[in-house]
Design a protein around this ligand. Structure first.
Ligand SMILES: [Zn+2]
Length: 183
């Protein structure tokens, strides 16, 4: 990732919350972030059949998590209903991040009869990083750990996956800062 991006992402995430009138420690749903950037969120089973999505998952597990379509001047984020709620939060926040960072969807791929837009690997990393900052900003984690919450409780309280919590606890250095052993 380019120099300075991580700090920039943390700032962008904080600014989004402030603009939405939320405190750093508030739980903000990924769908609310989508609304904030002017995008709508749809479940993929509104566009295709659940059966097709299940077949795709069998052919290529994890191939489709979420994607963004531009229809006219409207952006629509479509997520996979087969994913867990925590995973969906990450996936939708990832798509919101692409929009916030003004990434262009470049190539189009077709897997199992469904069409996908993909970004370049560098932009994928940036979107993943910013998604983590949006869902679990550093300040939120700091306050949660200080309240005595462990990784499992944080995941439950903020409706995110445990992987996301572990990733953010590790990369923000919050545990080290508070002198807490890893969860
Ligand atoms: Zn992406």
């Amino acid at each position: 990732m380019r120099r300075g991006f991580k700090a920039e992402a943390e700032r962008l995430a904080e600014k989004a919350r402030t603009d939405m009138g939320k405190r750093p420690s508030d739980h903000v749903d990924a769908v609310d972030f989508a609304r904030h950037v002017g995008a709508t969120v749809r479940c993929a089973d509104e566009l295709t059949t659940r059966e097709k999505l299940e077949t795709l998952e069998e052919i290529q597990p994890g191939a489709f998590s979420a994607c963004t379509f531009t229809i006219g001047d409207k952006q629509v984020i479509v997520y996979n209903p087969l994913s867990s709620p925590g995973r969906t939060q990450s996936d939708v926040a990832h798509e919101v991040s692409h929009i916030m960072l003004e990434h262009e969807m470049k190539s189009v791929e077709t897997i199992g009869g469904l069409t996908f837009f993909t970004c370049d690997p560098e932009e994928e990393q940036e979107a993943n990083w910013l998604a983590g900052c949006l869902l679990l900003p550093r300040r939120l984690l700091y306050l949660a750990v200080r309240r005595g919450l462990g990784g499992v409780e944080i995941a439950q309280e903020y409706n995110v996956s445990q992987q996301m919590v572990s990733f953010r606890l590790r990369t923000t250095g919050v545990l080290r800062q508070l002198g807490v052993a890893g969860t």
